[in-house]
Design a protein around this ligand. Structure first.
Ligand SMILES: Cc1cc2nc3c(=O)[nH]c(=O)nc-3n(C[C@H](O)[C@H](O)[C@H](O)COP(=O)(O)OP(=O)(O)OC[C@H]3O[C@@H](n4cnc5c(N)ncnc54)[C@H](O)[C@@H]3O)c2cc1C
Ligand code: SF4
Length: 409
């Protein structure tokens, strides 16, 4: 198997190339990039610091609003947020804000900077269920306001989809370790291998803590009914978690069919290619003009030799053969493969820990469930399902808890 999987694909800037990129920035007043970050990061400010060779100041700016700055630098779909309205696009191409942020947070790590600060203890405590990005960010914000924080995590390691979803070649494990350790150092106690609802109940948490934050994400994979019982079918999140845990040491056959056309599907097909699978075919419901995956991820997958067939819907599965029909034109497509991976979305159970979900998210706006002790954050709360939004929701939910417990925002 190829070891490319364990190395970051994206080239990092060095001190010279980061300056070249920062020099392209127009240092806009009222900068569009700074208004567009869901987490409230101010790229114009940190790029200005980089131009003055003040990397330390730049790192402090990134961390002001984002406890997961080095993760977001790598995985944020910046083309949808800060880079979308970048004024430099009118001249040639937007500034690579994620790349500059990665340089700055790598510098922070190498320089051993400790930017996050713990607040003076206020005598109150919060239980957080789930150690994904929203739970981790909420913990950092609550700790900075003086709360004691325990995080309950059912998996063996912390990080949620940062740990078990996003592949190594985009987000190495050591970066997730770095972010998690800093939040632990700030005082968070992470209770791994503890599932709320099974090992401990919500009522026990409510009795023990001043507030409970439910940040459980959408950890179940969706399954198309016709594939249930198919022995050669696996879901995308199960496969990606397996590959990540084994650092790419997984046995795979030569011919693999992937169904789905979002970013998770692109992660699957790219991972398969980096692990040396000969024939990877991705059949997608959308046509190319309406593709859900980011252009960068799609082009990356195609460059590795993935065959992408657009506009087809699966009709039936018989053993190793799947029959598809086109959405608009007559005719069918039959593929015989060794393995099938379904990348058709993730979900949250309809009634989770006593919280009612409608189409995988809570049915109310904001973070309070109506029970003044129970709050929600992350993918189950309304808003985009991305890491930077999980950070935003974690921070806002922490401030809401603080407000409800009598603190000031
Ligand atoms: C393969 C993949 C790739 C992705 N790539 C990107 C990307 O490039 N960029 C981007 O911005 N977003 C990406 N996303 C989306 C992003 O990962 C999510 O939006 C984000 O992780 C949501 O954060 P969260 O904190 O709500 O939940 P999660 O990250 O899902 O974490 C929830 C945690 O809660 C734990 N948990 C659940 N139930 C319980 C319980 N009862 N008791 C205790 N613990 C529990 C789970 O084990 C998990 O650790 C990707 C998602 C996937 C699946
Ligand atoms: S919008 Fe683009 S050019 Fe303007 S400050 Fe932000 S990164 Fe620089």
């Amino acid at each position: 198997m190829s070891k490319n999987y364990n190395n970051e694909i994206e080239q990092a800037y060095n001190a010279i190339t980061v300056m070249e990129e920062a020099q392209r920035c127009l240092l806009c007043l009222d900068a569009p990039c700074s208004k567009a970050c869901p987490a409230g990061t101010d790229p114009a400010k940190f790029i200005r610091s980089v131009r003055f060779l003040n990397f330390k100041g730049a790192a402090e700016t990134v961390r002001e609003n984002n406890a997961l700055g080095s993760v977001c630098a790598r995985v944020c779909p910046t083309e949808r947020y800060c880079q979308l309205g970048c004024s430099r696009s009118g001249i040639d191409k937007p500034i690579n804000i994620g790349g500059i942020q990665r340089f700055v947070t790598d510098f922070e790590q190498q320089a051993g900077m400790d930017i996050l600060e713990k607040g003076e203890a206020n005598g109150m405590s919060v239980a957080i269920i789930g150690s994904g990005p929203s739970g981790l960010q909420a913990a950092a914000t609550l700790l900075s306001m003086g709360y004691a924080v325990d995080i309950y995590e059912k998996s063996a390691k912390a990080g949620g989809y940062l740990r078990y979803g996003i592949p190594e070649y985009r987000l190495p494990d050591h970066i997730v370790d770095f972010e998690v350790k800093r939040i632990e150092k700030l005082g968070a106690c992470i209770k791994l291998g503890t599932e709320v609802g099974k090992d401990i109940t919500m009522d026990e948490l409510k009795a023990k803590y001043n507030a409970v934050l439910v940040a459980i994400g959408a950890s179940e994979a969706k399954m198309l009914p016709m594939f249930e019982g198919s022995e050669i079918t696996e879901t995308a999140v199960s496969f990606l978690a397996r590959a990540k845990e084994a650092h790419g040491e997984v046995e795979l056959p030569d011919n693999i069919l992937v169904i789905g056309g979002g970013d998770v599907a692109m992660d699957v097909v790219t991972t398969l290619k980096l692990l040396g699978v000969k024939n990877v075919t991705d059949v997608v419901y959308e046509e190319f003009c309406e593709f859900l995956a980011s252009k960068k991820e799609l082009e990356g997958a195609q460059a590795l030799g993935v065959s992408i067939i657009d506009g087809y819907v699966p009709e039936k599965v018989e053993g190793n053969t799947v029959t598809f029909k086109h959405r608009r034109i007559p005719g069918e497509l039959k593929l015989t493969v060794d393995k099938i991976i379904l990348a058709v979305g993730q979900r949250t159970a309809d009634d989770t820990l006593g919280i009612k979900m409608v189409r995988n998210e809570v049915e109310f706006d904001g973070y309070n469930t109506g029970d003044n002790k129970v709050f929600v954050a992350g993918d189950i709360a309304r808003g985009d399902k991305t890491v930077v939004w999980a950070v935003r929701k974690g921070k806002e939910a922490a401030l809401e808890i603080h407000n409800c417990l009598g603190g000031k925002k």
